[in-house]
Design a protein around this ligand. Sequence first.
Ligand code: ADP
Length: 242
Amino acid sequence: AAGAEALLTIDGVGKRFGGVAAVRDVSFSVADRSVVGLIGPNGSGKTTLLNIVNGVLAPDRGEIRLGGSATAGRRPSDLAALGLARTFQAARVFRTLTAMQNLFVPLLHQKALERRAAHRRAFDLLVFVGLERHADRVASELSGGQQRLLEFARTLVTRPRIVLMDEPFAGVHPQIKATLIRCIRETVSREGASFLIVSHEVPDLVAMSDRMVCLVEGAVAAWGAPADVVQEEKVIDGYLGR
Ligand code: ADP
């Protein structure tokens, strides 16, 4: 129906690297205020797809729409301004800055008038992820899991509409993972943000996602409600089954 377009629409996207079809023909969408979990075996095209959505790579074919606008030709910085944020497999934090200073980095270009409110938000976000006691410690002194929480908080400072997350739970302590999952769901309900999350932690994704998509060999093997996706034959054969 008119006006019901998803926040992010991926439509017939394909990408080759020389002879390798990394992404063949992928279509799915991320609705407003939702979490979509993206699974699939190694080499199935998940990271390539995130790089295309993020504007790091241009697709060979297909279209991506963010908030109703085609993203073709837009760079990552343009897409960030449109509300698209991303976290990485290895958390990217500024190691020599304190936790609090890390959250100020995305605010450097804000006008002075807005800065006070923004700093307030930065501290609120540290509280949100449970790092307020570490506000004045340099990021390099934080554990890997804490750095991941810090990266997550920094991502939220500018109130993105959608956050792409690449393997957010890989190698993190179960307690930090639980915090991250809770924070993701609360960000959806409190701020109306959406998430597209690549992970091999299938049970966690099933529990936290509104929709799931499974890529096998660069194509969508299944898409829909998480409980249904993990029971699809193509998903079991192509990914979950050994
Ligand atoms: P996943 O994230 O699901 O593990 P990738 O998107 O990393 O999958 O890779 C999909 C396929 O594309 C793999 O066969 C991989 O080797 C290939 N590929 C990815 N990036 C490049 C690149 N820059 N150059 C050549 N081949 C690539």
